[in-house]
Structure formats: C-alpha cells, structure tokens
Design a binder for this molecule. Structure first.
Ligand SMILES: *Cc1c(COP(=O)(O)O)cnc(C)c1O
Length: 364
C-alpha cells in the first residue's frame, strides 16, 4: 500500500525532538503567545526572507486578517483564482468583499496574469495569487498590474513553504503572504496553525493587534479584533520541523523528478515548471481525460491518489448566491474534471515513487 501522504510518519521521524520541545512548553507554564511563538515568528520570517512574521490560528485567518489589515471590506472587490481551494474565496466573503475570479494559465494552473487587468474595476482593492500545489505564481506581472491600479497583493502561500520565485523564497514578494501549518502542508503542525509574513511593519503590527482581541495592552481594546493566536505547543513543533524543511523539500523534489522523468511520453499531462519557478511540490498533479478510471486502477494496485479539487468554488452550493454560471469559468471547470494528485511527501521514499511510475505505466 502506498498512502497519498502519511502525516504521522513526519512525527515519527522527529519524535524525540518534538516530544522534548512540547514538554518544554508544557513545563514552562506559558500557554498563550509566549517566547516560543516569538521565536518561531523570528525563524519563519528569516526562512522566508521577510522582515516580519505574525503567527495566527490557521491559514484562513491569515488571509482574513490580511484583508482586514488592508481595510478591505464591504463594497470592495478582490481578484482570486477561479481554481483555488475555497479558503481563498472564503476569506474575501468573510470580510464582506466580493471575490472576482480570474482563470488560470492551463499549463501552470496558476492565475493567468494576462487575464487580471480585464477583471479590475474601480472597486478592486487587492489581488490574491495562490502558489497552487507549491508552484509559484508569476509574481512580476501581477505586482506591476497591482502597482498600476493601486491594489494590494496578498499571496496565498498555504501550499508554498520553501518554494522560490526567480531565486527568492516565497514570503516577501507581495504586500503580505499567508501561510497555513495544517498538518498536511509542507510545514505542518500537529493541529491547526498559520502565519503571515511581510516586509510592511504597518501590516505586521495591525495583525498582531487584530489576532489578540484588538489589544496591544491587556484590557485596552483599540479595535474590533478576534482571537486567532498561534498555539505555543504548535510553535514548538513547527520550530523542530522548520530545521528539516529544506531537506524535506529536496526529498519532494527528488520524487517529482522521478515522476516527471518516468511518466514522460504517456497520454497524461505532467506539471509544467516555468524556468523562473522552483516549486515546493506540495502536490504533484497530473491531468488525465479518464481520471476516474485511472484513479480506481491505481487504487486497485494499492496506490492512493487524491483530487485537488473536484469542485471549483464558483460551482459550490456555498457560492450559489454569487450567481456565477458553471461554464463561465471553463478552465477551472475542466481542470477540476481532469486533475489527479499522485502520492508525494518527505517520508514517501524513492522506491515507492518508482513503484507509482511502474504501476502508472502499466495501467495507462
Ligand atoms: C490549506 C489552504 C488554506 C487554508 O489553510 P487552513 O490552515 O486550513 O485554514 C488556504 N489556501 C490554500 C490554497 C490552502 O491550500
């Protein structure tokens, strides 16, 4: 059996260090924010090449608080990819703004910069590119369009820990980048967690206040904040795992190489990596026209795959009220019908990756 991703195996590999780090927090008597969270924020900002990081409760809150820190709200529009995980859209609607979807470039699955300008109106306040599957979006044209129209750029980096765009790690290209440490992400906690990174001191400061009841000083509330703090126990786990993130990303790259070389020439579409991109390979996504048949053939030979994502946000019941016709975003719709994510992760092993290649070559 080859699982899609064994998150428990990541814990097993580092059990000794993680147990010790967690025990230290438990014995410290400091369970909210704390020096542990401060230390993680410093280390995470440094890893991302950004000046500031603020830990929050999860990736969705990172996005929502970023929008709030930029004063995006009712009456505003925010450009989002049509083919992202629903969290990107939910952040926008939760602050009362309207998500305006833009289709991806079908070769990279990332937002197509050439289609952004047509979606901009006087109400557009921000653009949220998603570095989908850990593959960086094409930031330079996105940033120049945003600059020309006075929009902010909020990066949804929830899948892009350790990815690089034109040689520079994701985390400091736009105004602010949003991270999730959900257990299955490339840097995953043992529960929920999230953060923002930014080079803008004003945004970092505002999010520090917003995440903690709108308060800088205990019982003094400057604005309507929320409770969205990174848990110190999770910060301790993340600090241990962060030391291994580069090595673990390299293991993902090795698996991706085995897939890309081994699957060449088959009647499936393999990931396309632009020359300026160094993906973190959160997911290795192929496209197959008879996706369901392929998925069950793999399953019958013990190989688990997943679909990211089977239903695009505009076709979800949750967004019926936006009234976006299903076929008005045909690229997102077609990708949802064809994508298939192969097993990948730092603990998968190269032998398992070769087995996936052999089985795939046998069933296509
Ligand atoms: C995981 C994810 C999120 C949300 O992160 P949570 O920590 O689960 O709230 C947002 N955007 C994308 C693209 C994601 O993959």
């Amino acid at each position: 059996m080859i699982p899609f991703l064994d998150v428990g195996a990541a814990y097993t590999e580092l059990k000794h260090d993680i147990d010790k780090a967690v025990a230290t927090v438990m014995e410290s008597g400091w369970y909210i924010l704390s020096p542990e969270v401060d230390a993680f924020e410093t280390e995470w900002a440094a890893f991302c090449g950004a000046q500031h990081s603020v830990g929050v409760a999860n990736g969705l809150d990172a996005l929502t608080l970023s929008l709030r820190a930029l004063d995006v709200g009712a009456g505003d529009e925010v450009i989002v990819p049509s083919n992202t995980y629903i969290a990107t859209w939910l952040a926008v609607t939760s602050v009362g703004a309207v998500p305006v979807p833009v289709e991806p470039d079908p070769s990279t699955h990332n937002i197509d910069p050439n289609q952004i300008e047509a979606a901009i109106t006087p109400k557009t306040k921000a653009i949220i590119p998603v570095h989908l599957y850990g593959q960086p979006a094409d930031m330079d044209p996105i940033l120049s369009i945003a600059h020309a129209h006075g929009c902010a750029v909020i990066e949804d980096a929830a899948q892009a820990h350790g990815a690089a765009y034109r040689g520079q790690r994701i985390g400091g290209h736009g105004d602010i980048a949003c991270w999730s440490f959900y257990p299955g992400k490339n840097l995953g906690a043992l529960g929920d967690g999230g953060a923002i990174t930014t080079n803008r001191a004003d945004l970092a400061e505002r999010i520090r206040v917003l995440r903690n009841y709108g308060s800088r000083e205990k019982y003094i509330n400057e604005e309507l904040g929320t409770n969205s703090r990174l848990d110190p126990i999770q910060a301790a786990v993340l600090r241990v795992k962060l030391k291994h993130l580069e090595e673990w990303t390299n293991r993902r790259r090795d698996i991706a190489r085995i897939y890309s070389e081994g699957l060449e020439g088959l009647d499936i579409v393999l990931p396309h990596v632009p020359q300026w991109a160094d993906p973190a390979w959160h997911l290795y996504v192929i496209r197959a026209r008879s996706r369901e048949a392929l998925q069950s053939a793999l399953k019958s030979q013990g190989i688990d795959t997943l679909i990211h994502y089977p239903v695009p946000p505009h076709m979800q019941k949750a967004y019926a009220s936006l009234g976006i016709a299903a076929d008005s975003l045909p690229i997102a719709r077609n990708l949802a019908d064809e994508v298939l994510s192969l097993p990948i992760g730092p603990q998968l092993g190269l032998e398992a990756a070769r087995k996936v290649v052999d089985v795939l070559r046998g069933v296509i």
